[in-house]
Each structure stands twice: as structure tokens, then as C-alpha cells.
Design a protein around this ligand. Structure first.
Ligand code: PEP
Ligand code: MG
Length: 541
């Protein structure tokens, strides 16, 4: 038995088989490959598939009158036919007797490096295109586009690290637990992983490929992993799992009960979701509504922008199934650590401060309108609240509302039903806190995003694992910003909720209630424990 120490990301314990997911960056097999011909054939097949995909994207861009986008995809397709590039890859495969993946990784990087050293900035940019295509071809070669998957049998997913897109693509029915050699606490990948409601251990430094297929215990509560556990450890964890089940079952008696303190203060206890299929868990845990549907999932899971129809069906499913409870859908918050290659976003030095969230929406209006139209159409089927992320000025909020009205007008002309809806702003930058009184004149509600609010208030990159000890969501400045938001919201009759991770931090529940928060939105599995916590509170003392 091997005992590996890591850090707890999400609680719980399971026993199962470990399957090691090798993301493209890590999967390159450097061994000898004698059958070069077969590898070359695999290489050409992958190149052709990616080329066809780029041509399809070009066609779609053309149809959407996006001539700039169309020319990017067309030139990508042309690059995939570049004789010099192909010759370099073939040289590595045959000359060094290596895999197609190895040939692509080294060949593409080599050519990109050569181009980068040229003085012409236009040609230099081609090196970025080549690196992007390298990723696409590798994904195609390794069949990784569907994300980590190992058939139907449930398994414990191990990996060096996972991106937010990879977590979004997981088949949640088959993953029992996640163990990462690296990983981080505050990234979107981590937040999505926590939302799966399964045990997660990160920073398990001794994790190795060779454990693939081995029986494993994951203890997400203690941050431990046991590979090939001995009988005593299995017996010990059988007991732990039994106790966990009993505890979860004991919380079920709180379903249908009010979320109210001993002295009668009632709070809306909502759930955060990132996938329309999470509604089932939300209802099982009896949340009073959805406080944050991170629509980003729809944009991360595929290799193309989701159509209006696809989005509409997803939003409609959620509002309809949650009816009469209300649902807050946040417009897309991609960019930063949530990369979407098909959007062709520029590489940035400081992506968390860059073109992300509402800034993308306001820059790519067609995409934004497509999402807003889908939401408005869904509003006819339940109680929808629309939430705009990363707002830093009143002008941005007014622009969002203007575009929303345009969409509503269009739909009305098309005789498409639109229901009632409310408009909200994520308070997740210090700028939004300082202008919260102004924002309140144009908004119906606020939702405090403590993850980004902490990052931007403390000027600490939430993704940098070396800064964990400085990333302090309990910092008095953050707490004060929450208080200011609640007070200002209430001055103007706006509801104020918290949907960042801090909403589920029971050490602050009393503080938030005393501040007068109206709504707390947490992962579905935290709903009942938080209801218990609130029912135990007495604010009179
Ligand atoms: C937040 O920033 O607190 C939040 C809820 O948004 P996200 O974590 O998706 O950035
Ligand atoms: Mg945020």
C-alpha cells in the first residue's frame, strides 16, 4: 500500500479503480516506434480532420458575416497543408522513430520557434497560430476532445492537472473522485470540480502514471490517497463511508424545512450550478432556487460556440424544472483561466485583468445577443433572473441593458414569447463596490462574487498556488466590501446575495446574517448543512 498526502479540495471518501488521464501536454510517448508508416498515417489523418474542422469554422464565420474570423480559419486550414511544417514532423517520426504525437509536438514547436525569430511582426503572429494548431492536432490524435473518459465503469480520475474545460466535459456519472498531482484551490477548474459533489484531492505530489488501473481509496476530507490499500485500511474506510452516508441521510430530514434562525430571520438558501443536469441535485437538496448558473459550461464543453437553440434548450430546462423557484443565470464569464480556442482570443500577459466575462460579451455583440435571446426565450418558462459578471461601470450595465432590450424587441417582432425577468450585477471588483449606489439605480439585485472580489481587492492572482497563504477571503477589506454592498443594495430596494465560495463558509454565516444578507448560494451538497447551521443560530444574543 502507498499512502499519498495531498490537500483536501472537496470532502468525502470513495474506493475505486484509478484511471490516469493524460492531457495532451503530458501524454507524449517518447519511446521508440518502429512502425513509422502507421504513425505517419495517423498524423495525416489527424491533420485532415483538423483542417476540415477549420474549414467548417470558416464557413460558419462567413455565414455570420464575420469575414475576419473566416480568414483566420481559412489561413489555419492552409497552414495545415504547409509542406515545410509537414516535412519537419515527418522527419521526427521517421528519423527518430517516434510517435505521431511526438513528431507534432516537436515539429510544430520547432517551426513556431523559427518563425518567432523573424523580424516581421505579421509573420511572427503565425507562430501563435501554429502553436494553437499543434494543440488541435494533438487533441485529435489522442482522442482527447471529449475530455477525460474511460468507458462506463465508474473510476477515480487522476491527472497532473485539469483545465476548466476538461472538468466541464467530464461524464459526471462515471467519475467517483478526482486526484490531481498539481491543482489549485480557487481556479474555475477547482470550483467546477467541487460542484460535482465528489471527493477531490489536489497537490498529491507522489501521484504517478504507474498507478493507472490500481485499486485506490480517496479521502477528500483529509486530503489522502491510498494506492493498493491493505485490508485494514479498506475496512477502516468502509466504516468512514458508512458514517458519511449516515450523516448525509440525517440531513435529509431538513428537506422541506425553512431556512430560518431561532429568532425568525429567514434567508434564501440557493444553489450554484454549472450544468443543466445539476438541477436534479439541487432539487434533491431542496435549495430554494438557483443563485448562480455559470453558463460558461455550455461554452467550454464543445469546440464551437453554442447556438442560440442549444443555449435556449439548456436555459429552458433549468428554469422549467426549477419552477416556481427562481433561477439566476449569469451571462458567460469566459476568458482568463477558461480558454475557448474557437473564440480566437488574443494571448494576454494578465488574462484575469483582460478580455473576459462582460468585456467579451460587449466586444462580440453577436455572441452576446445570441445568449441574451436564448435567455429571454427561456424566461417564458419560469422565473429568470439575468446576472452580468465583472461589471465595473454604470456605462457597461446600461450597455448590457440596451442590448437586452434590443433582443427583447427583436423577439417581440418575431412573435416569440418572453416572460418577466430581473436584472442583476455581480459585485466582484472593488470598482463595483464603490459605485454600488449608482449601479442600484439600474439593477434589481446584486450577487457578491467573493472569489474574484478577493482576488481583485487583495491584488492576488487566485490561480497562483504560491500565493495561497496570501489569498485571504476573510480579509477585513473583503468583509467590509460585502457589508457596503448589502447596505447600499438595501437603501435602493435591491436584494443582495452572495454566490462566491465564501457563501458556504459557515464560520461567516452569522456575520453575513447580521449584515442582513438576503440570499446565500452554495454548491448543492452544502445546502442542507448550511440550513442546519442557520437554524442553529440565534441573532438575539
Ligand atoms: C466569484 O468570483 O466569486 C464568482 C462566483 O464567480 P467565478 O468564481 O465563476 O469567477
Ligand atoms: Mg467571478
Amino acid at each position: 500500500m502507498l499512502r499519498i498526502e495531498g490537500k483536501s479540495l472537496a470532502q468525502g471518501a470513495v474506493i475505486g479503480k484509478m484511471r490516469f488521464y493524460r492531457a495532451p501536454e503530458y501524454e507524449i510517448d517518447e519511446g521508440d516506434f518502429d512502425d513509422s508508416e502507421a504513425e505517419i498515417e495517423r498524423f495525416f489523418t489527424a491533420m485532415e480532420a483538423v483542417k476540415q474542422h477549420q474549414l467548417a469554422l470558416a464557413e460558419a464565420a462567413e455565414a455570420a458575416s464575420d469575414s475576419e474570423g473566416a480568414s483566420v480559419f481559412t489561413s489555419h486550414a492552409a497552414l495545415l497543408e504547409d509542406k515545410g511544417l509537414i516535412a519537419r514532423v515527418v522527419e521526427f517520426i521517421t528519423g527518430m522513430k517516434r510517435s505521431a504525437e511526438f513528431g507534432v509536438k516537436v515539429g510544430f514547436t520547432d517551426v513556431a520557434d523559427d518563425i518567432r525569430s523573424l523580424p516581421d511582426p505579421y509573420i511572427m503572429r503565425r507562430s501563435d497560430d501554429i502553436m494553437e494548431l499543434e494543440h488541435e492536432v494533438l487533441v485529435e490524435l489522442m482522442g482527447a476532445s471529449g475530455g477525460p473518459s474511460f468507458g462506463k465503469d465508474p473510476f477515480i480520475l487522476a491527472a497532473f492537472d485539469l483545465t476548466a474545460s476538461e472538468v466541464a466535459r467530464l461524464d459526471r456519472k462515471s467519475v467517483l473522485a478526482i486526484v490531481l498531482k498539481e491543482g489549485n484551490f480557487n481556479t474555475h477548474a477547482a470550483i467546477l470540480a467541487k460542484g460535482l459533489g465528489i471527493p477531490c484531492v489536489i497537490r498529491a505530489e507522489d501521484l504517478a502514471y504507474s498507478f493507472d488501473g490500481k485499486d485506490t481509496i480517496v479521502d477528500g476530507t483529509e486530503g489522502l490517497v491510498f494506492v493498493e490499500p491493505d485490508e485494514d485500511t479498506v475496512a477502516e474506510y468502509d466504516e468512514v463511508m458508512k458514517k458519511n452516508r449516515e450523516f448525509t441521510d440525517s440531513l435529509l430530514r431538513l428537506r422541506g424545512k425553512m431556512t430560518v434562525t431561532k429568532d425568525g430571520r429567514e434567508v434564501r438558501l440557493y444553489a450554484n450550478i454549472s450544468n443543466p443536469y445539476d438541477v436534479e441535485t439541487v432539487l434533491e437538496n431542496d435549495a430554494s432556487g438557483i443563485g448562480l448558473f455559470r453558463s460558461d459550461y455550455l461554452f467550454l464543453k464543445d469546440r464551437e460556440y453554442p447556438s442560440e437553440e442549444e443555449q435556449y434548450l439548456a436555459y429552458r430546462k433549468v428554469v422549467e424544472e426549477m419552477k416556481p423557484r427562481s433561477v439566476i443565470i449569469r451571462t458567460v464569464d469566459i476568458g482568463s483561466d477558461k480558454s475557448v480556442p474557437y473564440l480566437q482570443l488574443p494571448k494576454e500577459e494578465n488574462p484575469a485583468l483582460g478580455l473576459r466575462a462582460i468585456r467579451i460579451s460587449l466586444t462580440r455583440r453577436d455572441f452576446f445577443k445570441c445568449q441574451l435571446r436564448a435567455m429571454l426565450r427561456a424566461s417564458a418558462f419560469g422565473h429568470l433572473r439575468i446576472l452580468f459578471p465583472m461589471i465595473t461601470s454604470l456605462k457597461e450595465l446600461k450597455e448590457c441593458k440596451q442590448i437586452l432590450s434590443e433582443c427583447e424587441e427583436e423577439l417581440k417582432k418575431e412573435k416569440v414569447a418572453v416572460g418577466g425577468y430581473k436584472i442583476g450585477v455581480m459585485i466582484e471588483t472593488p470598482a463595483s463596490v464603490f459605485i454600488v449606489d449608482e449601479l442600484a439605480t439600474e439593477a434589481d439585485f446584486f450577487s457578491v462574487g467573493t472569489n474574484d472580489l478577493t482576488q481583485f481587492t487583495l491584488a492576488i492572482d487566485r490561480q497562483n498556488p504560491d500565493l495561497d497563504r496570501f489569498y485571504d477571503p476573510h480579509h477585513p477589506a473583503v468583509i467590509e466590501e460585502i457589508r457596503m454592498t448589502i447596505e447600499a443594495g438595501h437603501r435602493h430596494g435591491c436584494l443582495v446575495g452572495i454566490c462566491g465560495e465564501l457563501a458556504g463558509d459557515t464560520s461567516l454565516t452569522e456575520t453575513f446574517l447580521r449584515m442582513g444578507v438576503d440570499e446565500l448560494s452554495v454548491n448543492p451538497q452544502f445546502v442542507l448543512p448550511l440550513r442546519q447551521k442557520i437554524r442553529d443560530l440565534d441573532l438575539r444574543s
